[in-house]
Write a protein that binds this ligand. Structure first.
Ligand code: KE4
Length: 427
């Protein structure tokens, strides 16, 4: 089935920790050998053994237009022909800042970086520098990249690998991060009251993707905005996943909440390394070189990455009405999958937000990390392996999201449902 992937994985494990450059790719949580990808087109990935899969990983979210979109690929090709990197400002960066600010009303200024981790790390430092306070509040199961202060009861790979926090983070630093249950506004109110004299910010994935998909309960984010506003605590929306996923703009556009700072990544890079953070002018102007809070990056605003991201955003902007179709298509496939599981008598819950969803192997509602954590991860692993064998590539962890793209077709949906039915027979 995957002889060359196996050979490459054995070779990789000797020279790359775990054989991968990001832990979740190692398929550890699903007890399988990772497939090594040769190429990807549209909704499909093809592994080094020539097997083709309908892809729902989509590079963990970025490939909103599908893989190898011809216009994006051509923009990358042309930009690369003008030089890979200059270390100097370019017009593309101005256009990128303009399109982001135009799409997300809470952004008055924005700075480009090269990953979501960098965006969040920089936004948290800026929040601390702007407020002069040290503590931050995050939510259990939310993952904000691997910067030290944020790797505390995180989601994604940390949850998947059961890493309690992570060695290497000084206790003195970890103590400044307070972790609360997602959707628990009483806990937030109590913690803000208790720590407000030294509390810089609250950071949240407004719709969580890293404990699996978990949406905010009605009113939760509105109250979060109120309580942070009341105490002069900055509110940071980490929209690295949700940015341009749920609508053209941030999830904040849909709920009409303006955070003080927003972190972006994934889709805004069109598959190349791009992150961004932005927000209120008075806060952003504290950043070097005009302000005292230092932040920098050799490849920040890289011209090839900007070309990929800007072209992606322009296509999404000019086709923003298509989001509704994609949401309907996602709703439909989730409904059909749920029916197949019900026929099998297997209790699952599917949480969906726009074109991202998670099948939780549990009979109970999943509304926070504790309830997500009661899922049958072994059951998910068996399902994952069965779907992979039937030509469907899902996230190799119960605590991640499946992503549709504008390249996913009705035929892909049919293939997915047939694979699901086939897989459930063997479960
Ligand atoms: P990166 O540094 O991986 O570009 O972004 C970190 C990040 C920040 N915020 C959110 C909400 C995120 O989801 C992420 C990264 N997401 C994970 C998977 N859910 C990336 C996959 C990986 O770690 O390999």
């Amino acid at each position: 089935m995957n002889p060359l992937s196996r050979t490459l994985f054995e070779k990789a494990k000797k020279i790359i920790p775990g054989g991968v450059n990001s832990p979740v790719r190692a398929f550890g949580a699903v007890q399988a050998t990772p497939i090594f990808i040769r190429e990807a087109q549209g909704s499909r990935v093809i592994d080094v053994d020539g097997n083709e899969y309908v892809d729902y990983v989509m590079s963990w979210g970025p490939m909103m237009l599908g893989h190898s979109h011809p216009v994006v690929t051509e923009a990358i090709r042309q930009a690369a022909g003008r030089g890979a990197s200059y270390g100097a400002p370019t017009e593309l960066e101005v256009e990128m800042a303009e399109i982001l600010i135009d799409a997300i009303p809470s952004l008055q200024m924005v700075r480009m970086v090269s990953s979501g981790t960098e965006a969040v790390m920089s936004a948290v430092r800026l929040a601390r520098g702007y407020t002069g306070r040290n503590k931050i509040i995050k939510f259990a199961g939310c993952y904000h990249g691997h910067a030290d202060s944020l790797l505390v009861k995180a989601g994604s790979g940390v949850a998947t690998l059961g890493i309690p926090g992570s060695p290497g983070i000084p206790a003195a630093l970890a103590e400044l991060t307070i972790t609360l249950p997602f959707n628990d506004i009483e806990a937030v109110e109590a913690a803000v009251e208790l720590h407000r004299d030294d509390l810089a910010c609250v950071i949240i994935e407004p719709v969580a993707g890293n404990m699996g998909v978990v949406s905010p309960k009605p009113g939760f984010l509105e109250k979060l905005r109120d309580v942070t506003e009341k105490h002069g605590v900055l509110l940071i929306f980490d929209e690295v996943i949700t940015g341009f996923r749920l609508t053209y703009g941030g999830y904040q556009n849909l709920i009409h909440i303006e955070p003080d700072l927003t972190c972006l990544g994934k889709i805004i890079g069109g598959g190349l390394p791009v992150g961004a953070f932005g927000g209120k002018r008075e806060i952003m102007e504290r950043l070097a070189p005009i302000g005292p809070v230092y932040q920098a990056g050799t490849l920040s605003g890289n011209p090839v990455a900007m070309a990929a991201g800007l072209t992606t955003l322009q296509i999404l902007r000019d086709n923003r009405d298509a989001y509704e179709m994609l949401d309907r298509r996602t709703f439909h496939i989730c409904d059909e999958i749920l029916a197949l599981f019900a026929q099998k008598g297997l209790p699952v819950k599917i949480n969906r937000a726009g074109s991202m969803f998670t099948i939780f192997f549990t009979p109970e509602e999943v509304f926070d990390f504790a309830s997500a954590g009661r899922s049958d991860t072994e059951g998910y692993a068996r399902y994952f392996r069965g779907m992979l064998a039937n030509g469907i590539s899902l996230a190799p962890s119960q605590f991640e999201a499946a992503f549709l793209s504008f390249a996913h077709t009705p035929e892909d949906m049919e293939k997915t449902l047939a694979a699901c039915a086939q897989t459930l027979k063997a479960l």
